[in-house]
Design a binder for this molecule. Structure first.
Ligand code: GLC
Length: 531
């Protein structure tokens, strides 16, 4: 949708298509499997483009499909300029981009600049070459402490549990903020930036419309790799006060983003969104300065419980953070790293009702929305049996943290039994629950009450109605546990009730409600759009 009012010149420009786009995250392993091996692939995505066009999204974000030993399901990249045979090949990628264009869908892809796979040619060469070599300088190798070097170089822990250092046979240690199979690159080495520029151009030349940048607040490391103050409680979540954590959000990262932006600017109409787990609004905004990222994921909405005050605060932070830099706000409720929001909001019918309400809130907001595949079907997280778990977090935590597999189960497309049209294989890489028979895309398409029909309707209104114009909100007074805001430009009103009882509706005509109305009242766990 193009906005006519209150736009700066750059914003009105067609080439800034991403400023109010709805992106759809395709977790490639789990979307659709065309070659019958139980794992999703690029041709599988291509076979479902009609569905995505019907859903009404503008752009896709594909999770990594590059050559990888799959220690972190593709976020361990052995060759960033090729397709892993599990997912297809470069020809399959080209076919996908061409056909997506015919369906009016932009294609954006993941980029993993913080680390490589331990099978990347560079890392293999680094292991062979030994301490002090130019090959080792592309990664972060250090000698250990203690009389025999057996103490890790500092006290950093890995995001997946355990120390962030692994020792190699000659006694040195290398840094990995994630799994040991994901060695961190040394961004002080100019070869690293040059190689990323090459990767960017490789995919831009193949026609991608943009990138999602993995761990965009990582990459730069502080001089001397100082210890984390052991008195500091970083908390279990990924979103914490980075000022206390030397591993992330170091100032040097911005030079890297400026480099990335320069390359992308050579290709008009292309964009980048960063995965920026930075809690402080001012520090978060730095990533979105005009010569850095176009967009940054803001995870506050995803972290907010189903509570009107918490959601309002997330929205105000989300809008406030980007105001000073003129970037659009970016909203997301689920992705491949967190439990699905139907489950987070209580699961079952209650979770689904709340998920519908929150979808209306999210889609009413100014800026960019990222949907996660399957949320339009109302999929919950799956309680997988232990034998099925594959996330490296499970093993690295000594089988205490189950990890992220529950939100990555392959999508149910049609039929009454697994694999529900996802694959021709009997076994899929993660098992689907039998109960998903009622959640298939096929069963929801013709049902006007389904989650899928609801998303289609909401997306259609968001795209077509002038009520959705304007970048600022005005908040109404509302009963406890509720809020209502109005888009200042177009006038759309969105009201949410997270309280225990019905409340009066704000004045206006109902455009769409997330559930049945109670006469003139907005029932609990419900949201509504009014004009
Ligand atoms: C990001 C990805 C996550 C991955 C990690 C390491 O947080 O979203 O899935 O495990 O980076 O690359």
């Amino acid at each position: 949708m193009r906005r006519s009012s209150d736009l700066q010149p750059e914003i009105a420009d067609e080439s800034a298509w991403w400023r109010d786009a709805v992106f759809y995250q395709v977790y490639v392993r789990s979307f659709a499997d065309a070659n019958g091996d139980g794992v999703g692939d690029l041709d599988g995505i291509r076979s479902r483009l009609g569905y995505l066009e019907l859903l009404g999204v503008d752009a896709l974000w594909l999770t990594p499909f590059f050559t990888s030993p799959m220690a972190d399901h593709g976020y361990d990249v052995a060759d960033p300029r090729d397709v892993d045979p599990l997912f297809g090949d470069l020809a399959a990628f080209d076919r996908l981009v061409t056909e997506a264009r015919a369906h009016n869908l932009k294609v954006t892809i993941d980029l993993v600049p913080n680390h490589t796979s331990d099978r990347h040619a560079w890392f293999q060469a680094a292991l062979r070459a030994g301490p002090g070599s130019v090959e080792r300088d592309r990664f972060i190798f250090r000698d250990g402490g203690g009389f025999d070097g057996s103490v890790p170089p500092n006290n950093w822990s890995s995001q997946f549990g355990g120390p962030a250092w692994t020792r190699v046979p000659d006694g040195q240690w290398y840094l990995h903020l994630f799994a040991p199979e994901q060695p961190d690159l040394n961004w002080d080495n100019p070869e690293v930036a040059a190689d990323l520029a090459r990767t960017l151009r490789f995919w831009l030349d193949r026609g991608v419309d943009g990138f999602r940048i993995d761990v965009a607040h990582g990459m730069a490391k502080p001089y001397g790799l100082p210890n984390i103050d052991p008195r500091v409680e970083l908390g279990a979540g990924v979103m914490h006060d980075n000022a206390l954590d030397p591993r992330f959000d170091n100032d040097g990262v911005h030079e890297i983003h400026r480099m990335i932006r320069k390359v992308i600017d050579e290709y008009p109409g292309r964009m980048a969104v960063g995965e920026v787990w930075v809690a402080d609004d001012e520090r978060y905004a730095r990533y979105l300065r005009p010569d850095e990222l176009h967009l940054g994921f803001n995870f506050r909405l995803l972290e907010a419980p189903f509570d009107a005050d918490a959601v309002r605060s997330a929205v105000e932070h989300g809008l406030g953070a980007v105001r000073s830099v003129g970037a659009p706000a970016t909203w997301t409720l689920s992705n491949h790293d967190v439990p699905r929001h139907v489950t987070r909001y209580g699961g079952g019918d209650l979770g689904a009702r709340r998920a519908r309400a929150m979808a209306l809130v999210e889609l009413a907001l100014p800026g960019v929305v990222y949907l996660y595949n399957g949320e339009e079907l109302g999929l919950p997280d799956v309680e997988l049996p232990e034998w099925a778990l594959q996330d490296p977090i499970w093993l690295r935590s000594g089988r205490t943290l189950r990890g992220r597999d529950g939100c990555r189960v392959p999508l149910p497309w049609e039929g009454d039994t697994p694999p529900f049209g996802f694959s021709e294989a009997v076994t899929t890489w993660l098992p689907q629950p039998n109960e998903w028979a009622g959640l298939t895309a096929e069963s929801q398409l013709e049902d006007p009450e389904s989650m899928l029909s609801f998303y289609r309707h909401a997306l259609e209104l968001r795209k077509s109605q002038p009520a959705f114009e304007g970048d600022e909100l005005e908040w109404y007074g509302a009963p406890p546990g509720c809020f209502a805001f109005r888009r200042k430009g177009g006038g759309l009103i969105c009201a949410l009730n997270t309280s225990g009882g019905p409340v009066p509706l704000p004045p206006g005509e109902i455009l769409l409600a997330s559930g049945p109305m109670d006469g003139n009242q907005l029932p609990p766990d419900t949201a509504v759009w009014l004009v």
